[in-house]
Design a protein around this ligand. Sequence first.
Ligand SMILES: Nc1ncnc2c1ncn2[C@@H]1O[C@H](COP(=O)(O)OP(=O)(O)OP(=O)(O)O)[C@@H](O)[C@H]1O
Ligand SMILES: [Mg+2]
Length: 285
Amino acid sequence: MEIAFQNVSADYQLGPIRSSLVLNSVDLEIMTGSFTAIVGHTGAGKSSLLRAMNGLLVPREGKVKIGEFLIEPLINKFTLTNVRKRVGMVFQFPEAQLFAETVEKDICFGPLNFGLTIDEAKQRAFQVLKQVGLEPDILQKSPFSLSGGQKRRVAIAGVLAMEPDVLVLDEPGAGLDSTGKREILSLIASWNKERNLTTVLVTHDMDDVALYADKVIVMEKGKVVMHEETRKLFGNTEQLEKWHLNVPEARRLQLKIEKKTGVLLPQICLTVDELADALIKVGLI
Ligand SMILES: Nc1ncnc2c1ncn2[C@@H]1O[C@H](COP(=O)(O)OP(=O)(O)OP(=O)(O)O)[C@@H](O)[C@H]1O
Ligand SMILES: [Mg+2]
């Protein structure tokens, strides 16, 4: 499903008080099946941009198109419910929202709410559990008896059980060890490829961006200041400095080696493997 923001501005309403704009005249297009990373400093509006994609934050001005749906300032509840069926949202620390006595009941909650029968929902729970790399015997356990990584997977399975067309995730690897984080992100990347699932990921880790994303959105003070192909972004030293962005480790090493030796490598390297290949090619190792 395609996502398009047209001149979207949004704020938070706290009782009678409105916050300043957290999204400020945002225009962007995200293609079906793409894997887009959102980066930017704390408070830049990354989570707010995700919320605007599934109607948790409704624009004050402008519109968000999600496939055939339109999220506008006066959107009705029926359309919002339909949008939320199609756009699966994985919040930061999603395991905090686990609540049922068993993993199965937790995963079935969303599908049952959206009208599936108990048998259909259980069938889905069984399938998505496999997709997040967990064994079926976990279904009858309490979610609270699981490890941190297992809880995270169950929470993500609950979103996948809705069979969304778009998956938006807010730092899905936060708080996990590096292996757990890599495993979760690799799973997300494989769903993106295998099902053409439009994927939008907020992350602070530029190595994750380099490994998984084909496009990057850079946010600053509620505005989208860059929307670029990943390799192009990390080749654009001027813009990276302007927005105070880090680069992936391999790219950082590349820049250091090029400065020290005066030899320019034939491509922008995003991974250690690419860097090694480039160094061999020019005869530096
Ligand atoms: N529920 C809320 N009510 C009022 N203001 C909010 C709310 N959530 C976020 N904000 C404000 O909106 C702005 C953008 O916040 P947002 O959470 O989108 O940033 P972020 O880029 O996700 O930051 P981080 O990297 O810290 O998660 C901030 O100034 C924040 O204080
Ligand atoms: Mg955030």
